[in-house]
Ligand binder design. Sequence first.
Ligand code: HEM
Length: 147
Amino acid sequence: MEKQRVFTLSQVAQHKSKKDCWLIINGRVLDVTKFLEEHPGGEEVLLESAGKDATKDFNDIGHSQAAKNLLVKYQVGFLQGYVVQEGDSNVGADSSKELKPKEMKAFVIKEDPAPKYKVFIEFFVPMFVAIFFFGYRNLTGAAQFSS
Ligand code: HEM
């Protein structure tokens, strides 16, 4: 559950120190603070990407499947606006399968542009039309009755 949290780029960017180091790889937000000293490539390279998207750097090195499997271990969530494509869930599940670098598809999170306006259109407008209609009929009916 913890790994499903969604972070914005600016939230990730706040974790860029040696004592609190996050980075993004393939849309996954990773807390690598405890991994800094263990990283075979050294802590400097990780600190250079701290708080940022390190996907390109990670892929350029040609990390092994074992390294890719480690990503899930340090994952604390996902980057907002990214969808992990099919097959990426295999990371960490089957180390015998070599996975290709995953492509992340960006999508736009659309907020309802005017929900109050929509309520007005869907509810109040028909209500006003009905009131107007019955009011008009009553008035004309009353007018006919009185004449
Ligand atoms: C959480 C993210 C990362 C993990 C889990 C990770 C893991 C590993 C592992 C297990 C190795 C040993 C070789 C291998 O198995 O491929 C390694 C080597 C290395 N990593 Fe990373 N790495 C990460 C991020 C990065 C990043 C962002 C860079 C940036 C450039 C980087 C640069 C390197 C380098 C330069 C090596 C040494 C390669 C060599 O000696 O041939 N790593 N990494």
